[in-house]
Write a protein that binds this ligand. Structure first.
Ligand code: PLP
Length: 416
C-alpha cells in the first residue's frame, strides 16, 4: 500500500493526477522521457538519507562504505558507456554541470563563443538572464538563414576574430547532427577550450546513433533525464588534465552533499543504457523523428532545416496562421503535449514564437513506431485546423471528439 496515501492524501492525490496526466497524454516534449520503474525505485530509495560530501574513498562523513560503491558503479558504467578520461556524476542538474565546467577553467570577464538561444542554444550558454551571461563576455554564433544549420565556416571565421577562451557547442533545439570533430579543430586553431553540452542527444551518443563529442572536447556535460532516460540530474566528462579542477569545482566549489539516491538512479540508467535493447530504442527514436517530420511536411508544415537527423525537430507554423503559443494550447486540449519554441530568425516574440518543438524520445519509450508517430502527426494537423476554424465559428466542444480519439489511440502504448 501507499504510505503517502495514508499520511498525506492531498499530496498522494496530486501525484496520482500527474501520473494519470502522463499516462493519458501523448508526450512530445523533446527534453522529457519516461524513466523505468527500476530507475524510479533507486531514486526513491533510502540513499536519500545519506550525506556523502567528497568522492568515493575520500568522504567527510562516516558510514559511506556502501554509497562509495554506488557512486563508483555509476562512474564505471558512465565510462564504459561514453568513454572519456574522467567523469563526475554529482551535478544536481544540467545547469549545475555547466556551471562546474565554466568555473573550472574560466575567470569572470572571459569570452565564450556559444550558440544563440533563439537558434537552439540553452540559457546556460550565455543568456543575459543566466549566470553565464552575467559573468562572461558572450559572443554568439548561430545557424545560417539559408540552410538553418550551423555554418562551420562562419563559425571558424568568427572564432579566429573573437579568440574566445571557450567555445560551447550543443543545443536544446537543433535537429541536425553536430560536427564535433570540426568544432574541435576550430577550438584548437583559435586556442579555446571546447565544451560540448550533449544534454539533448546523450542517449543517442550512448547508443552510437550520433557521433560522440568525447574524443574532440575538453569538457562534455549532460543531463541524465532527457534522451538518456535516467533520473533528473547532470554529469560532466573531462580530459584527465582537468579532472582535479572539475571535481573541486563541483564539490566544494558549487555544491554540497551529493544526491546519493539520484546517483544510484544514474547507475541504474547507465546499466540499462549498456543493454542491446537501448541501441534499438535510440535507433527507433531517430527513425520516428525523421518519419514524423516527413509526415508533417507532407501535410503542409514547414520543418526548420527541412527535417531531422536526431530526436527532435522544429515546426514553423507561420504558413498555417497560428503561432507556437496558440498551437501549444490547442494541442493541450486534445492531450498532445509540445512546447512553443522560437525558430531561427523568428519574426514572432519569445512569448509568441512562430514554432513548436517536437521530440520522439518519450513516445518511443512507450513503443510507438513510424506508422504511429505518423498518426500523431495527423492528429496535430487536425487539431491545428480546428484552432484555425475556431477563429471563425467558436464551438466549445470542437476538440472533444478528437481528444477521445487521441486518448483511445494512446491507450495502446502504456507507460513503463
Ligand atoms: N543544457 C541543455 C542543452 C539543455 O537543453 C538543458 C535543459 O533544458 C540544460 C542544459 C539544463 O538542464 P537542467 O534543466 O537540468 O538544469
Amino acid at each position: 500500500g501507499s504510505a503517502l496515501a495514508v499520511s498525506d492524501p492531498d499530496l498522494a492525490k496530486l501525484i496520482q493526477e500527474e501520473q494519470d496526466r502522463q499516462n493519458n497524454n501523448i508526450e512530445l516534449i523533446a527534453s522529457e522521457n519516461f524513466a523505468s520503474r527500476a530507475v524510479r525505485e533507486a531514486q526513491g530509495s533510502v540513499l536519500t538519507n545519506k550525506y556523502a560530501e567528497g568522492y568515493p574513498g575520500k568522504r567527510w562523513y562516516g558510514g559511506c562504505e556502501v554509497v562509495d560503491q554506488v557512486e563508483q558503479l555509476a562512474i564505471d558504467r558512465a565510462k564504459v558507456l561514453f568513454g572519456g578520461d574522467h567523469v563526475n556524476v554529482q551535478p544536481h542538474s544540467g545547469s549545475q554541470a555547466n556551471m562546474a565546467v565554466y568555473f573550472s577553467v574560466l575567470k569572470p570577464g572571459d569570452t565564450i563563443l556559444t550558440m544563440d538561444l533563439s537558434h537552439g542554444g540553452h540559457l546556460t550558454h550565455g543568456h543575459f538572464a543566466n549566470f553565464s551571461g552575467k559573468l562572461y563576455n558572450v559572443v554568439h554564433y548561430g545557424v545560417s538563414q539559408e540552410t538553418e544549420t550551423i555554418d562551420y565556416d562562419a563559425l571558424e571565421k568568427m572564432a579566429m576574430e573573437v579568440k574566445p577562451q571557450m567555445i560551447t557547442a550543443g543545443a536544446s533545439a537543433y535537429s541536425r547532427t553536430i560536427d564535433f570533430e570540426r568544432m574541435g579543430k576550430i577550438a584548437k586553431a583559435c586556442g579555446a577550450y571546447l565544451f560540448v553540452d550533449m544534454a539533448h542527444i546523450a542517449g543517442l551518443v550512448a547508443a552510437g546513433v550520433h557521433p560522440s563529442p568525447i574524443p574532440h572536447a575538453d569538457f562534455v556535460s549532460t543531463t541524465t533525464h532527457k534522451s538518456l532516460r535516467g533520473p533528473r540530474g547532470g554529469m560532466v566528462f573531462c580530459k584527465e588534465e582537468f579532472a582535479k579542477k572539475l571535481d573541486a569545482t563541483v564539490f566544494p566549489g558549487t555544491q554540497g552533499g551529493p544526491l546519493m539516491h539520484v546517483i544510484a538512479a544514474k547507475a541504474a540508467c547507465f546499466g540499462e543504457a549498456l543493454k542491446p535493447s537501448f541501441k534499438e530504442y535510440q535507433t527507433q527514436v531517430v527513425r520516428n523523428s525523421a518519419a514524423m517530420a516527413k509526415k508533417l511536411a507532407d501535410l503542409g508544415f514547414r520543418i526548420v532545416s527541412g527535417g531531422s537527423d536526431n530526436h527532435v525537430f522544429m515546426v514553423d507554423l507561420r504558413n498555417k496562421g497560428i503561432n507556437g503559443a496558440e498551437a501549444q494550447v490547442a494541442l493541450d486540449k486534445v492531450g498532445i503535449t509540445v512546447n512553443k519554441n522560437s525558430i531561427p530568425f523568428d519574426t514572432g516574440s519569445p512569448m509568441k514564437p512562430s514554432g513548436i518543438r517536437i521530440g520522439t524520445p518519450a513516445v518511443t519509450t512507450r513503443g510507438m513506431k513510424e506508422e504511429d508517430v505518423e498518426q500523431v502527426a495527423e492528429f496535430i494537423s487536425r487539431t491545428l485546423a480546428i484552432f484555425v476554424a475556431q477563429q471563425i465559428h467558436s464551438d466549445p466542444s470542437a476538440y472533444d471528439a478528437l481528444r477521445e480519439e487521441v486518448t483511445a489511440f494512446n491507450r495502446a502504448f502504456p507507460m513503463p
